[in-house]
Design a binder for this molecule. Structure first.
Ligand code: ZN
Length: 257
């Protein structure tokens, strides 16, 4: 199922989008939960997501974590220990390919599962942090999931409590990381919005920043979330992105001849 703005048929829109990406390059991808869904990653906000079953303030706010980290760890611990089970899908791999081809400059992601890096993307800005990078709140010692102490909640060898490097409710985004995301958005010529509802601030401001600075916005999503997109491909990321890579490679082959 592919719907596009301006009544262009699906094949034509993939060709047009690919041509635009080859011509402009300097493309930044902003990704959200829709990209990870195809890897079986539990979602948060969508229907059936974690926050439908668990009150995020009770389970995943910084205040609650400081009072009693065991609730947070009861919710996330199993996923963190099982992390090796989760693999990047075709959408992650396609974005890594686009970076190798010199078209995608960086991936800004709201996902905390680390799958873009696992897929081979080098320049990844994880604005909400990374669940697999775990840090002692007392001494700052770093642990890498799934290699964390068995007990729940896990403690550091110094006795301090361990916390994943993710932005919990009530926490500010790290200023330096978000500054990088803003710079990348303001400087890009194309922004690919992939699998994100782009409604959660401050990430939601990034496509506007890109557009104000002259970038074209290409949205790939199962429903249109960004009404000002120049192109909207209504499709799963794992289907649409490999199609885009295929069309780009056709153009590159023609140009090489
Ligand atoms: Zn410690």
């Amino acid at each position: 199922m592919i719907l596009v703005k301006r009544n262009v048929d699906a094949e034509a829109i993939y060709k047009e989008v690919a041509a635009l990406m080859v011509e402009r390059r300097q493309c930044v991808a902003l990704t959200g939960a829709g990209v990870s869904a195809e890897s079986g990653i539990p979602t948060f906000r969508s229907k059936g997501g974690l926050w439908e079953k668990y009150d995020p303030i009770e389970f995943a706010s910084i205040e609650a974590f400081r009072k009693d980290p065991s609730k947070y760890w009861s919710l996330r611990g199993e996923f963190i220990k099982d992390y090796d089970r989760y693999q990047p899908n075709k959408a992650h791999l396609a974005l890594a390919e686009l970076e190798k081809r010199g078209i995608v400059r960086c991936v800004i992601t709201q996902n905390i599962d680390g799958l873009h890096k696992k897929a081979g993307s080098k320049n990844v800005i994880e604005i909400h942090g990374n669940l697999m990078e775990i840090c002692c709140l007392t001494c700052g010692k770093e642990y890498k999931a799934p290699n964390i102490p068995e007990e729940m909640p896990p403690h550091c060898s110094c006795g301090g409590i361990l916390k994943p490097n993710t932005v919990l409710f009530g926490e500010e985004l790290p200023a330096d990381v978000f500054m990088k995301a803003k710079e990348a958005s303001a400087g890009c010529k194309i922004m690919l919005l992939v699998g994100t509802s782009a409604i959660v601030q401050p990430a939601a401001s990034l496509p506007y920043l890109a557009k104000q600075n002259g970038a074209k916005i290409i949205e790939i999503n199962i429903e249109n979330a960004f009404p000002d997109a120049d192109y909207f491909i209504m499709e799963k990321a794992g289907t649409a992105l490999p199609n885009v890579v295929g069309e780009i490679d056709k153009i590159r082959r023609v140009n090489l001849i």
